[in-house]
Ligand binder design. Structure first.
Ligand SMILES: O=C(O)CCC(=O)C(=O)O
Length: 258
């Protein structure tokens, strides 16, 4: 599976600009024959939390329409990063996934809200896991701060996920945590980790990308750059089974102890 990580800058509180840019990036990645294209967190509005009443996508309709159209026309899978949505109970940080048929394969509301960025004052937390299939491969999807909760990733790999997609607006000042935690999640879960972070800045933070793709044995297949652009990596899904056979962590878990 060829992955395209769309490491985009997000215009703060400017959904029109961001929708147009995301569409261009998706089209460009499709031209490069990507199978699965991944956007960052909250790419429609950024963390313009006090403007969500005006800016958040009503039930995600605009986002779903865009992702479905592009996925179907270009025959690609799209992990739609996440967008701010307005649903009946309030605002959410929501990931939509569209598959090559143009169907919505997943809708996930971020489960762990990030207090350091006041997210909990404005958003509601989701309470469902995020498992979906792309090209017959079981995948999981997490959003930013979710990465700090190993049990949450583990729950997804215990249910069969071989690729964990993690989308973020992870600030530059903690990018060392980002890199280490991503590598740990890949090694401990013996799965691919595909992680996309934004670049640029908002009124409170600088973001320097460092999107990463990590193999189940822990090798960094993609790492590092801090410029805006699309970065590609190839996944060989047989690697997941090979690594899980070599060190059978999933069989050796002491479920009688924990
Ligand atoms: O955990 C972190 O350091 C960053 C989390 C974050 O920025 C977010 O969840 O939006």
């Amino acid at each position: 599976m060829k992955i395209a990580c769309v490491q985009m800058d997000v215009a703060f509180g400017e959904p029109e600009q961001n929708f147009a840019k995301a569409e261009e990036f998706i089209k460009e990645a499709a031209k490069h024959k990507a199978d699965t294209i991944v956007l960052p967190e909250m790419w429609n509005t950024g963390y313009a939390l006090d403007q969500l009443g005006r800016l958040a996508d009503g039930n995600g309709e605009r986002t779903k329409k865009l992702l479905r159209r592009l996925a179907k026309n270009l025959k690609v899978n799209i992990i739609g990063g996440s967008v701010s949505t307005k649903k009946e109970a309030g605002f959410y940080n929501t990931m939509f996934v569209a598959d090559r048929n143009g169907d919505i394969a997943a809708e996930y509301d971020k489960a762990h809200l990030f207090k350091l960025m006041d997210e909990h004052h404005f958003m509601n937390a989701g309470s469902k896991a995020n498992l979906f299939k792309l090209d017959d491969i079981v995948c999981g999807g997490l959003i930013c701060y979710d990465l700090r909760f190993p049990e949450w990733a583990r729950l997804h790999t215990l249910k069969g996920a071989k690729i964990m997609f993690i989308v973020a607006e992870w600030p530059e000042k903690r990018v060392d945590h980002w890199q280490l935690l991503l590598q740990a999640r890949a090694i401990e879960n013996q799965c691919y980790v595909v992680a996309v972070n934004r670049v640029g800045s908002d009124p409170n933070n600088e973001f320097n990308g460092h999107s990463m793709v990590i193999a189940p044995w822990g090798e960094r297949l993609l790492s590092g750059e801090s410029r805006e652009g699309i970065f590609y990596a190839e996944l060989d899904l047989d690697e997941v089974d090979k690594v899980r056979k070599t060190i059978p962590v999933f069989q050796d878990r002491r479920t009688d102890l924990y």
